[in-house]
Write a protein that binds this ligand. Structure first.
Ligand SMILES: Nc1nc2c(ncn2[C@@H]2O[C@H](COP(=O)(O)OP(=O)(O)O)[C@@H](O)[C@H]2O)c(=O)[nH]1
Ligand SMILES: [Mg+2]
Ligand SMILES: [Zn+2]
Length: 296
């Protein structure tokens, strides 16, 4: 059987310096990210040196609030899709968080799929409302898969979502990201029900991302619950471009610089009233427009 070569590598100094601009300003939280493709020199059976980091096709980044500045933290490079996991209960469903992740996926040029987990915890009435809201997301072009780790059929649907792709799995702590991955491939043995990032004191390196190859084909990066989802690479002056339901209405408001919040003759607010923009989505728009860093 073919064994993958695993080398412990250091980064050539010239590569480390690339995290700074010409004026010495720090650009990235880390010079290298999970998912990066590199050119390396093998030293022996165990060690190597990374000579060059190849250009990234996609980036899933967040804004990392450092001591003195806000910089980019690349969570995963080169992924082709983001799978945003939310849970129906425990923790409760948070549409603000969901929409932040969808916008980061748009900004990073990745497709996004939504996984609504813990479906075993909803009653019939809740289920109807839930599916109605998520139909809105499906109509926006975000496929939705409903799962429960107790339902083999739903796990099969989840497997089909991540098969043969390089996915990054994101979502609040406790929604079931690691459990879902263990369900599709038990030998991953990911820790579940673990303590949140908050209790693991330390610096930004607590954002430990683990990358796995799947037996069914594809790669998957499991992320811990990222507490601060600061938008990175998102032009908040033009936030409506990241909302597929708002984009076609751009330019239809009375005022050219309309923020779509309190202005009169605003096409977006009219669309909300008519039911063409879902209130949860509009709510996310307002929250993101008026303040950037959000905790959950
Ligand atoms: N009832 C129910 N509990 C789940 C489901 N998926 C995960 N859990 C539980 O939720 C807790 C957190 O799961 P974990 O996978 O660690 O979440 P993560 O932080 O997103 O990786 C664990 O106690 C899991 O057993 C599900 O579909 N239904
Ligand atoms: Mg986990
Ligand atoms: Zn407007």
């Amino acid at each position: 059987m073919h064994e993958d070569l695993v080398l412990r590598c250091t980064l050539r100094g010239s590569q480390k310096r690339q995290r700074y601009s010409n004026t010495g300003r720090r650009l990235f939280a880390d010079p290298i990210a999970v998912g990066d493709q590199v050119i390396f020199t093998q030293i022996d059976q165990e060690e190597g040196v990374i000579e060059e980091i190849l250009p990234r096709e996609t980036k899933f980044s967040r804004q990392y609030a450092g001591k003195h500045e806000s910089i980019e933290q690349i969570i995963v490079a080169n992924a082709s899709q983001v799978v945003v996991v939310v849970s129906t209960h425990m923790p409760p469903l948070n549409y603000r968080t969901l929409d932040r992740f969808l916008i980061l996926a748009e900004a990073g040029e990745m497709s996004a799929t939504i996984c609504v987990n813990k479906m075993d915890l909803v009653n019939t009435e809740e289920k109807e409302e839930l599916i109605s809201t998520f139909n809105t997301y499906e109509n926006l072009g975000y496929p939705v898969v409903y799962t429960s780790i107790n339902s083999a059929e739903s796990i099969e649907n989840f497997r089909n979502v991540i098969k043969d792709k390089f996915s990054v799995i994101v979502g609040a702590s406790g929604v079931g990201k690691s459990s879902l991955l263990n369900s599709i491939q038990p030998n991953l043995e990911l820790r579940t029900g673990e303590v949140g990032e908050k209790t693991r004191k330390g610096k930004h390196t607590t954002t430990l991302v683990e990358l796995f190859s799947l037996n069914i084909g594809g790669e998957v990066a499991d992320t811990p619950g990222i507490r601060e989802v600061g938008l990175w690479g998102v032009d908040t002056d033009n936030l409506e471009y990241y909302f597929p339901e708002m984009e076609p209405l751009i330019g239809s408001c009375k005022y050219k610089d309309c923020a779509h919040i309190k202005e009169t003759d605003c096409a977006m607010q009219e669309a909300v009233e008519k039911g063409n923009i879902h209130p949860e989505r509009y709510n996310s728009y307002i929250v993101l427009k008026t303040g950037n860093i959000g905790e959950y």
